[in-house]
Ligand binder design. Structure first.
Ligand code: PLP
Length: 397
């Protein structure tokens, strides 16, 4: 088949493919521990599921406005007022089929061929590919583990050219779990304003935070940057609603209108039933995700402590999300019976095949020295997984 060059510019999502491999092994009866999944282990809360069921029962099963129902957009406006202290209008909100879709719409609406988007590394795997799909050029800004992956103002400014259209922020970060401090965000906002660069702030892990440093959205830090920022958020992580596919964007009216047009010619509205469920979630208070954080904290502490006690591995304490991001460079070059661990990808393959432990290697996140472990399973499983990790590493020579 003579496929478009566009379609050949991108690769399948590596996180989804490792999760799929782990699921296939589990189906074959292998006892796999899955540290690769990018989703909470909890079920969607009952009150949210009931709202979805009520939507089906009452026949709320037809097309809605492309941008989402008025009711849901109002619930999103109320959320931003409550959490960020920013008041948006309905025309500034677009509901899409997941935050990934919101981001896709942004890049499609924003970029012409050759336009540049600055992406700090390590980054969520989909940003560079989505930029490429929109004919843009990802410009990678390296950050340092020793500086908690903070963005250095000088390094950021050095990346900006006449073609720079946008800067992607992701705090708390997937994969590092790092959170940008108030100071860092102030400095970023000043540079973005000076150079008129749009800020794309992906805040999907906003509610999964451990308090140190506290989470701030860039739009709460600098009231002027609101006009030059599109915030992306969604229901997947905070409400354990990954399968319902509801994400949203809040930003400048003209950008949201262009994104809405693109959505209108591709998916149309996100699922009507999921929209009703999302309203219930957003209006349902914080107890669900507060409990999720309570559940995650001891698992995070255990994983970080265990990883740091393994020679050749170091792991900073993540401030949010549900990922640990250890540096495994001390293991590279070690050998096992079938070969050498030259890269984190080799280590991930070895762990999956020999220890039946699924982790995601750092390369697709833009860091060739790391591994991502999602510590969402039960405490018992996390403990067992860490034992497998330790034994597998000890078996290397
Ligand atoms: C940083 C980040 N942004 C966006 C998404 C997309 O979330 P969804 O499309 O499920 O709303 C993910 C999912 O893993 C993510 O990690």
């Amino acid at each position: 088949m003579n496929l478009s060059t566009r379609s050949t510019r991108i690769v399948p999502s590596p996180t989804l493919s490792i999760t799929a491999k782990a699921k296939t092994m589990a189906k074959e009866g292998i006892d796999v521990i899955d540290f690769s999944a990018g989703e909470p282990a909890q079920d969607t809360p009952d009150f949210v599921r009931e709202a979805g069921q009520a939507a089906i029962q009452s026949g709320f099963t037809r097309y809605t406005p492309v941008s989402g129902t008025d009711e849901l957009r109002q619930a999103i406006i109320d959320k931003f007022q409550r959490d960020q202290g920013v008041r948006y209008e309905q025309s500034q909100i677009l509901v899409s089929c997941g935050a990934k879709h919101s981001l896709y719409n942004i890049f499609q609406a924003l970029l012409d061929p050759g336009d540049e988007v600055i992406i700090p590394a390590p980054y969520w795997v989909s940003y560079p590919d989505q930029v490429r799909l929109a004919d843009g050029t990802p410009v990678i800004l390296e950050t340092r583990e020793s500086e908690h992956y903070a963005i250095d103002a000088n390094a950021l400014e050095a990346c900006i050219t006449a073609r720079t259209k946008a800067l992607v922020l992701n705090s708390p970060s997937n994969p590092t779990g790092a959170i940008y401090s108030h100071d860092t965000l102030e400095r970023i906002a000043a540079i973005a304003k000076k150079h008129k660069v749009l800020v794309i702030s992906d805040e999907i892990y906003e509610k999964l935070v451990f308090g140190d440093p506290p989470f701030f959205s860039i739009v709460s830090v600098d009231p002027e940057i609101v006009h030059q920022t599109v915030v992306v958020n969604g229901m997947s992580k905070a409400f354990a609603m990954t399968g319902w596919r509801i994400g949203y964007a809040a930003g400048p009216k003209d950008l949201i209108a262009a994104m809405s047009n693109i959505q209108g010619q591709s998916t149309s509205n996100p699922t009507s039933i999921s929209q009703k469920a999302a309203v219930a979630g957003l209006q349902g208070g914080s107890s669900f995700f507060d409990d999720m954080v309570k559940d995650l904290r001891p698992k995070r502490d255990l994983v970080v402590e265990q990883l740091n006690s393994i020679p050749g591995v170091t792991c900073p304490t993540p401030s949010g999300a549900f990922y640990a991001y250890p540096n495994v460079s001390g293991l590279l070059g070690r050998r096992h019976s079938k070969g050498t661990i030259a890269t984190p990808a080799d280590l991930a393959t070895y762990l999956l095949q020999e220890a039946h432990l699924a982790c995601v290697p750092g390369e697709p996140f833009g860091s060739p020295l790391h591994l991502r472990l999602s510590y969402t399973p039960t405490m018992e499983t996390v403990q067992k997984g860490m034992e497998r990790f330790r034994s597998a590493v000890q078996a290397l020579s």
